[in-house]
Ligand binder design. Structure first.
Ligand code: FES
Length: 105
């Protein structure tokens, strides 16, 4: 994943929300943490299942896997609560105009 790719409009992702997108062939979660945008892989390191199916809500900066409840910090990718023990992959994010772009891990 060498280049940034526009995945969402700023207006489509209010603060406190996450959305699943595809960047190339990679499933990624984009989250709006109090007006700042972060992206992590949508494949949960616990059982390699998708953390969210479509849309969801953050608890502060924390996103929760829909399967077994592992929680990850969107701003770092780190585990907040298990059962997962490994962090999720983080991706670079930038905003250009009304576009949210996701780039390299
Ligand atoms: S697959 Fe995410 S917590 Fe189990």
């Amino acid at each position: 994943m060498a280049d940034f790719e526009a995945v969402l409009k700023v207006s489509d992702l209010p603060p406190g929300e996450v959305a699943k997108v595809e960047v190339g062939l990679t499933p990624v979660i984009v989250g709006n943490v109090n007006g700042s945008y972060f992206a992590v892989g949508n494949t949960c390191p616990h059982a390699e299942l998708p953390m969210i199916e479509d849309r969801g809500e953050l608890d502060g900066e924390v996103v929760e896997c829909e399967y077994h409840g592992s929680q990850f910090d969107m701003t770092t990718g780190g585990v907040v609560n298990g059962p997962a023990v490994l962090a999720v992959q983080q991706f670079a994010v930038k905003v250009e105009g009304d576009d949210i772009l996701v780039g390299p891990a």
